[in-house]
Write a protein that binds this ligand. Structure first.
Ligand SMILES: [Cu+2]
Length: 143
């Protein structure tokens, strides 16, 4: 009898540990937006470049055509920049878009952000700038 009691105690201790790990994991790693497109532009630094990202409309709306803009200062040589649209911690299929150069350091591309079935509005855009690096913005989309 005492044996089963010990097992039950061990089990509940294990469960409590597991639950606290899960809670800790959620709060510690939950991704958050680092870019508020409703306020205009988001600026990031990538080595000695300043990279500005903004959308039209701002903020972007799901299922509506959106223009994605990137401005790099000082300008780089690249004619095209690939943008990968993903959701943190969720596979949403392939959503890549090409931004084309429109002038000194400015790039533009059009696309549509889909609506996430989970209801989460947090998306992230990774821009792959040839021979320069990768820059990521996390932002909310209106549903
Ligand atoms: Cu999703």
């Amino acid at each position: 009898m005492s044996g089963s009691g010990t097992t039950a105690m061990k089990m509940s201790a294990l469960l409590a540990g597991l639950i606290s790990m899960l809670i800790w994991g959620c709060t510690a790693d939950r991704p958050v937006a680092d870019c508020d497109l409703s306020r205009g532009v988001c600026m990031k630094e990538l080595s000695h470049y300043k990279v500005v990202f903004y959308t039209e409309p701002a903020p972007p709306e799901a299922l509506k055509e959106t223009v994605f803009n990137l401005e790099i200062t000082p300008p780089v040589e690249a004619e095209r920049i690939v943008m990968e649209l993903t959701m943190p911690g969720m596979y949403m299929g392939e959503n890549t878009l090409e931004l084309r150069k429109t002038g000194g350091g400015k790039y533009k591309g059009k696309g549509i952000i889909v609506k996430c079935p989970s209801g989460s509005t947090l998306w992230q855009a990774d821009f792959l700038i040839p021979e320069t690096g990768r820059v990521r913005y996390r932002f909310h989309v209106i549903y």
